[in-house]
Design a protein around this ligand. Structure first.
Ligand code: NDP
Ligand code: OXD
Length: 305
């Protein structure tokens, strides 16, 4: 029994140490596989071309929080996403940064600074800014707590209508989507990418936001309809956007998004999985599977998250 490790070389020694201290075997890279029958777990971002090559595979572990980059699993193979406090805290920090940037008009001030323009604009209190969080899972809930602590008027939306355990943060269900959007001066997307959520950030959603709303997007590039974003910025329906994810990634150098002063781009760095946290998650998955216990980060493969 061995875990096949298919992630970045810098993480490999950390994983090897943690797994070997726990008495587990790690194979580093497909080139090192002598007998595919030995492989019982695969940890990866980019999966092997043919998962069917491994007859005793029991689980594939995404080394990130998302799993949309992975293909359908062969029958009987479980899928786990990495649960790591570090990932969640990093995305939370990024969203707080982006929210404050839009709340305090940083795209405008950065643009003014390029032409040495000293011009002030009215400042609003955080309590006067309504933030809507699309996706109230592990990260959305954490973000809601931090933005509430900063004084923002926060609400969330989830598929089930469940989410934050905070009385001050109402969570809307899908049937209340328009009411949720109508009270989102700043909309934060923290959704998983699924068949239901692909393209969800489109003209009809933007039209349901208050005029001049801001978009903060750390989900996946394919959530966002780019031509609709451009049209919403042009019409003023959206005033600005901060995007950590794009389609494609990397964003090509000539893309209009790079040149639009109302848009701030970061190159998918809201979070990076810490090697030790990732390895400890993998170890917890291996142990749970072996003992027949609930698997940490188990993905509902029908729902896609
Ligand atoms: P969770 O699975 O914990 O939460 C997902 C949330 O989305 C749940 O509230 C779920 O609702 C909701 N949801 C799912 N489908 C829909 C839908 N169709 N309509 C409305 N709500 C929906 O995920 P995490 O919080 O851990 O992560 C969320 C995403 O963040 C990841 O999938 C990934 O795409 C992104 N991410 C980005 C990173 C980056 O660096 N940019 C880093 C890490 C994550 P319910 O609970 O009711 O089912
Ligand atoms: C993740 C990511 O899913 O970094 O962890 O996007």
């Amino acid at each position: 029994m061995a875990l096949l490790f298919l992630s970045t070389p810098a993480r490999a020694p950390v994983w090897r140490q943690i797994l070997s201290d726990a008495g587990e075997t790690m194979i580093d890279g497909e080139g090192a596989v002598t007998d595919p029958a030995l492989v019982t777990e695969i940890a990866c971002w980019t999966p092997p071309e043919d998962l069917g090559r491994y007859p005793n595979l029991r689980v594939v572990i995404s080394v990130g929080a998302g799993v949309d980059h992975l293909p359908p699993m062969p029958p009987g193979v479980a899928l786990s996403r990495t649960l790591a406090p570090g990932i969640e805290a990093m995305v939370r920090d990024w969203v707080v940064m982006a929210t404050l940037m839009l709340h305090r008009d940083m795209p405008v001030y950065l643009d003014q600074a390029r032409s040495r323009l000293w011009r002030t604009h009215p400042v609003r209190a955080a309590s006067a800014r309504r933030v809507g969080i699309l996706g109230m899972g592990r990260i959305g809930g954490l973000v809601a707590g931090s933005l509430t602590a900063l004084g923002f008027d926060v609400a969330g939306l989830s598929r089930s209508g469940a989410g934050a355990d905070m009385d001050s943060v109402p969570v809307f269900g899908m049937d209340q989507r328009d009411a949720f959007l109508a009270r989102s001066d700043l909309l934060v997307c923290l959704l998983p990418l699924t068949g239901e959520t692909e393209g969800i950030l489109d003209a009809s959603l933007f039209a349901a936001l208050p005029k001049g709303a801001g978009l903060i997007h750390a989900g996946r590039g394919k959530h966002l309809n780019m031509p609709d974003l451009q049209a919403a910025l042009t019409s003023g329906q959206l005033s600005a956007a901060v995007l950590d994810v794009t389609e494609p990634e990397p964003l090509p150098p000539g893309h209009w998004l790079w040149h639009d002063p109302r848009v701030i781009i970061t190159p998918h760095i809201a979070a990076q999985t810490d090697a030790a946290e990732g390895a400890r998650h993998a170890l917890a998955v291996i142990r749970a599977m072996r003992q027949g216990l609930p698997v940490p980060g188990l993905v509902n493969q029908d729902k896609g998250y």
